[in-house]
Design a protein around this ligand. Structure first.
Ligand code: 5GP
Length: 201
């Protein structure tokens, strides 16, 4: 059995990353890596589902124990990827999705050069602003900050292997699936397949 793919996804907030990933995750060959964080759960979030919500002390112990593949401090809280679960799922052949911000993604790129790095962008910064306003969960001030932050993040997209533009959901999901399909056909990944073809030759 081939090992699964490690797929790292970053996107500025408000560009619909969650909706795209929910569609992808309907296929059970994909596994969403649950991160650990020191931030408090938001309403509706559950421990072990959205995140492992842990204390700062526990998080720092896990860093010392080398139990995190990567971690970053974001808006005053730690976020990190637990290593053990990720390794187990990849060994089971699952395509593991890490939904992480840019600093963490760059750490993973150094550690796991075989990973696939996908950046999801909105069709334009103007459209992102329109979506955030329509969502109506933030004040104008917060929206302006998020929009400015998003523009900065989008400039880092060139550090990723692929860009998916989320203009229409179906197109974004199809692009995502096409990337995964093409990656699986790469010779490096298809080594077992080639050995099978050559068996008894
Ligand atoms: P939120 O607090 O909105 O859930 O997440 C804030 C940011 O942290 C998002 O950009 C999210 O992708 C990122 N994030 C979530 N989990 C991890 C993680 O394990 N590592 C890193 N580096 N970033 C993460």
């Amino acid at each position: 059995m081939n090992k699964g793919l490690l797929i790292v996804v970053s996107a500025p907030s408000g560009c619909g990353k969650g909706t795209v990933l929910n569609e992808i995750l309907k296929d059970d060959s994909f596994y969403y890596s649950i991160s650990a964080t020191t931030r408090l759960p938001r309403e509706g979030e559950a421990d072990g589902v959205n995140y492992y919500f842990i204390s700062k002390e526990e998080f720092e112990n896990r860093i010392k124990e080398n139990a995190m593949l990567e971690y970053a401090e974001y808006c005053g809280n730690y976020y990190g990827t637990p290593k053990k679960e990720l390794e187990e799922k990849l060994a089971e052949g699952k395509n593991v999705i890490l939904e992480i911000e840019v600093q963490g993604a760059m750490q993973v790129k150094k550690l796991c050069p075989d990973g696939i790095f996908i950046f999801i962008v909105p069709p334009s910064v103007k459209e992102l602003e329109r979506r955030l306003k329509k969502r109506g969960t933030e004040t104008d001030d917060v929206i302006s900050r998020r929009v400015a932050e998003a523009a900065g993040e989008i400039k880092q997209a060139s550090n990723y292997d692929y860009v998916v533009v989320n203009a229409a959901l179906e197109d974004a999901v199809e692009d995502f699936k096409t990337i995964v399909k093409a990656e699986k056909l790469k010779t490096a990944y298809a080594e077992n397949l080639i050995n099978e073809v050559l068996e008894n030759a």
